[in-house]
Design a binder for this molecule. Structure first.
Ligand code: ZN
Length: 138
């Protein structure tokens, strides 16, 4: 067994029972850290350098953490917030660039995205996938 195989085995042994960083929050933290590093390479800010350290430190803390339920809960909160931001951005983009005749809702039961025409007042929307109806103002 060569040096690198032993190193890999020791690391694998060390990581047993630890969370690791391969979830949405982990990738989000790495993405934020990467953006900060690139921006700071040009800006040379005294604020961004400690911020990079905090973001990477939090990533490493989560990576080596043994409190897996807490890390999963953090990831769940982050995932839901990130999904809301993505939906808001998508809706704003659609509204600004062309698709302003429609409004988008998410089915409360199956979470399918539903497109309805705007300016029809308070209407009942029926999900074609699961059949659930709900009222919404367009
Ligand atoms: Zn539905």
């Amino acid at each position: 067994m060569n040096f690198f195989q032993r190193l890999r085995d020791r690391f694998a042994q060390f990581m047993i029972g630890r969370y690791g960083g391969t979830d949405m929050l982990g990738f989000g933290l790495l993405g934020i850290a990467g953006i900060l590093i690139v921006v700071n390479a040009f800006a040379r800010s005294t604020v961004l350098t400690p911020l990079e350290a905090v973001v990477l430190g939090f990533y490493l803390y989560r990576f080596f953490s043994k409190d897996i339920p807490a890390r999963q809960k953090e990831n769940s909160v982050y995932s839901q917030a990130a999904l809301k931001v993505v939906r808001w951005c998508r809706n704003t983009f659609r509204h600004l660039f062309g698709d302003s005749n429609y409004k988008y809702y998410t089915c409360p039961q199956c979470h399918k995205e539903l497109r309805v025409p705007r300016k029809k007042g308070n209407i009942e929307i029926t999900c074609p996938q699961c059949g659930r109806s709900f009222r919404a103002r367009t």
